[in-house]
Design a protein around this ligand. Structure first.
Ligand code: PEP
Ligand code: MG
Length: 537
């Protein structure tokens, strides 16, 4: 049995599929002759064409003609005579096939990425895909199509990036196992959002487990059973059945108010990372959105999203929620959320460094685009703006000043907008300690226990060696939460919680007792959170 961290509930019984990390480092490849290098490149291009055609056909049935056409475009791009002649010239000049493909694709990439047009930028990301595929084929590495794994697969990887996770077909994947990450890592959050059991931080999982191994994953306890006995399979099949029945029982809470036995009404909201997830919140009975993590809009792309693109995403959510509250958090990057094109320098201590609102206030043009998009989206629903990682009053004042600038601009242009209420996340000890002062500056708080626990206990969220200290029930963390709620109440502002602890059935009675107003949880936990509230006195 392998021990990791239980990060997404449920039991998965199936066969291992190892997702290898592909290293596209070709520095060890030696130049042979121009003829040989050209032949290798030619072969890679032919293989690429065959592979792409197969994927195009698959995509036509799984995703639709439009998605398939994008991939088909890759073939046309690679056939470009200028591109081909450049690659050939580079080889004549002494480059290996790998270096030549890399250089030419990078040149095209930079050309497209530098144009301020969405179509062109899409081309840039297509070129990056082509480059990675060519290098993979030249280096003889196998591609694993995550979306095509068979039914009953347990995916094993070092880690899952959001783009990898987005390829997962939840019909076929029964569990996820990673070597890194904890309960609050983004792969955990995404696994929970999809309702797939997950065990994370399972040391050496990709080397200890082999492709095709039979496995049981206990997503509650983070255990992975290799080569389980028939008895174990029977035991966990029964547990999975009971778990699914409990989930079924939760359905009676759908559409019910979140009200305690003594009649105090609470709000149970959902956390989302993409505009489409709003549907997930509605389908799970959420009464609003308590956290829209906008950094996902900025990730897995080559340039920052434009104001229009952001407006589209935020207003789509505002409209989908049809007048229900939508709390949108401004860009929370840095730390574990790196975005290459923002060129944040490597730091010794990224979690204590230049991130989130600190970065945004120093990059006003970028931040103002987001604030303008938010103010414009607020016109279409009940949108609220939330600032992440606040540690000082000056930061709040800085954001307010920028909002005023945006309001003045929108007003002068005659662009429709609405002033959106402003709130802060309480996710640092300093914010909790000055929550009485912050409460005078904003209209709501949302307690981010994922970071608050880490920063209060001085513990890294994903480090298995210190994970015993990463505990929301530590008195220091509980005091910070209680103090924040008390200060919000004293100032008469709304206080919610959007960290994972908001769904902790052992903590909910305390939060209710202290007077927390809103619980924002991963959509698959909405009904269980409501039940726990309804069972409180
Ligand atoms: C938190 O820190 O509790 C939080 C909700 O933010 P994130 O998990 O995105 O850092
Ligand atoms: Mg946080």
């Amino acid at each position: 049995m392998l021990q990791g961290i239980g990060a997404s509930q449920g039991y998965g019984i199936g066969k291992a599929v190892i997702i290898e990390d592909l290293s596209l480092d070709y520095s060890a490849v030696k130049y042979t002759s121009a003829e040989e290098e050209k032949a290798r490149l030619q072969k890679a291009m032919e293989d690429f064409t065959v592979e792409t055609r197969v994927m195009v056909e698959k995509l036509k049935s799984s995703a639709g003609e439009k998605e398939a056409a994008i991939l088909e475009g890759h073939l046309t791009m690679l056939e470009d005579p200028f591109m081909q002649s450049q690659m050939s010239d580079n080889i004549d000049a002494g480059m290996t096939a790998e270096a030549s493909a890399d250089t030419v694709c990078t040149m095209f990439y930079e050309m497209f990425a530098g144009v301020d047009d969405e179509m062109m930028r899409q081309r840039a990301s297509d070129i990056k895909d082509i480059k990675d595929s060519l290098l993979r084929l030249l280096l003889g590495l196998n591609n694993i199509d995550i979306s095509a794994v068979p039914k009953g697969s347990v995916l094993i990887a070092k880690d899952f990036t959001p783009s990898m996770t987005s390829q997962i077909n939840k019909e076929n994947v029964v569990a996820i196992v990673t070597e890194v990450g904890g309960v609050t890592s983004h792969s955990a959050i995404l696994a929970r959002a999809m309702g797939i059991p997950a065990a994370l931080s399972v040391l050496n999982a990709t080397s200890v487990i082999s492709d095709g191994d039979s496995l049981i994953v206990d997503g509650f306890k983070g255990k992975v059973y290799t080569s389980p006995s028939d008895d174990e399979v029977a035991e966990f099949t029964a547990k999975q059945k009971a778990y699914l029945e409990d989930k079924e029982g939760l359905k009676v809470y759908f559409g019910k108010p979140s009200v305690t036995k003594s009649g105090v009404v609470k709000k149970v909201y959902g956390n989302i990372g993409k505009a489409e997830d709003a549907q997930n919140v509605i389908q799970n009975g959420g009464e609003g959105i308590g956290l829209f993590r906008t950094e996902f809009l900025f990730m897995d792309r080559d340039r920052e999203p434009t104001e229009e693109e952001q407006f589209e995403a935020y207003s789509t959510v505002a409209k989908a929620m049809d007048g229900k509250e939508v709390i949108i958090r401004t860009l929370d990057i840095g730390g574990d959320k790196a975005i290459d094109y923002l060129k944040i320098e490597r730091e010794e201590n990224p979690f204590l460094g230049f991130r989130a609102v600190r970065y945004c206030l120093k990059n006003k043009d970028l931040y103002k685009k987001q604030l303008r998009a938010l103010l414009r989206a607020a016109y279409y629903g009940d949108v609220k703006i939330m600032i992440p990682l606040v540690t000082s009053l000056d930061e709040v004042k800085g954001v307010k000043d920028l909002i005023e600038e945006c309001v003045a601009e929108l007003e002068a242009e005659g662009t429709p907008y609405k002033r959106a209420p402003l709130g802060v996340m309480i996710e640092t000890p300093s914010a909790a300690i000055i929550s009485d002062l912050l409460a005078k500056e904003v209209e709501f708080f949302s307690i981010g226990t994922n970071d608050l626990t880490g920063y209060t206990m001085a513990v890294d969220r994903g480090n298995a060696n210190v994970s015993h200290l990463y505990d929301t029930f530590q008195p220091a963390v509980l005091r910070a939460i209680e103090m924040t709620i008390k200060n919000a109440k004293a100032a008469g502002i709304m206080v919610g919680m959007c960290g994972e602890a908001a769904a902790d059935e052992n903590l909910i009675p305390k939060l209710v007792e202290w007077g927390l107003d809103e619980f924002s949880v991963t959509p698959s936990s909405i009904l269980a959170t409501r039940r726990a509230i309804c069972e409180c006195e």
